[in-house]
Write a protein that binds this ligand. Structure first.
Ligand code: SAM
Length: 219
């Protein structure tokens, strides 16, 4: 339940300095990448050195998983203290289905990731899926025009569901598969997370779909 989750009334009320102490002096610096349901944090840890000056945040609802990722990042920061590595990556516990607009301003993000989200197989559980028309409006709000939303899953039915809803949304446009393959982030989307590694061990399929946030046609 969310009763003990802290969240700001407005993104500007949030103090991020404890997450990114090395950047605390720069009030203009904002989180640009969000990994929703980040699990054990493999994606952000792979991306942190590739985008060393980009702030990224993993968002995870499970307390124990958040604690684990927190310790993982802390250890990496200690090991790389001389180069100030991994200062750009952090983790927070939150329910991304409820409070995302409390944390991110309009057009703040350039990338948002949904890697191997919980499938919620049963029809009556579909409303619990992390991609839905209502939630897509929130993701579109947080993403800047030109920003990218990444999805990957080993569950074909969930892939088709996400594609259906994203294709149907006026503010997202699918990026052709060959163009996705040119994106240096995509190999990490496939392989860097713990769930992605598990699927690979079990020789499961991985269905990728990436979307660009486009200009509002009515604006
Ligand atoms: N993305 C990770 C990976 O690829 O290894 C984790 C995948 S795991 C199947 C899905 C994760 O989403 C779980 O860690 C779960 O706790 C988290 N999650 C589910 N609903 C969430 C929500 N509403 N807000 C934040 N995290 C959520």
């Amino acid at each position: 339940s969310d009763h003990n989750l802290d969240y700001p009334a407005h993104p500007s009320d949030m103090d991020w300095s404890s997450h990114y102490p090395e950047y605390a002096h720069d009030k203009t610096k904002k989180i640009e990448f969000a990994d929703i349901g980040c699990g054990y944090g493999g994606l952000m840890i792979a991306l942190a050195p590739l985008f060393p000056d980009t702030l990224m945040m993993g968002m995870e609802i499970r307390v124990k998983v958040q604690d684990y990722v927190y310790q993982r990042i802390k250890a990496l920061r200690d090991t790389h203290a001389d180069t100030k590595g991994y200062q750009n990556v952090s983790i927070m516990r939150m329910n991304a289905m409820k409070f995302l607009p409390n944390f991110f301003e309009k057009a703040q993000l350039s990338k948002i990731f949904f890697l191997f989200p919980d499938p919620h197989f049963k029809q009556r559980k579909h409303k619990a899926r992390i991609i839905s028309p209502t939630l897509l409006a929130e993701y579109a709000y947080a993403l800047k025009v030109g920003g990218i939303l990444y999805t990957i899953t080993d569950v074909k039915d969930l892939h088709l569901w996400m594609v259906k809803h994203l294709d149907g949304h006026p503010l997202f446009e699918r990026i052709p598969d060959d163009e996705c393959e040119q994106d240096p982030v995509v190999e990490h989307v496939r392989t860097a997370t713990e769930e992605g590694k598990k699927v690979a061990r079990n020789q499961g399929d991985k269905f990728l779909a990436c979307y660009r946030r486009i200009e509002d046609p009515l604006a």
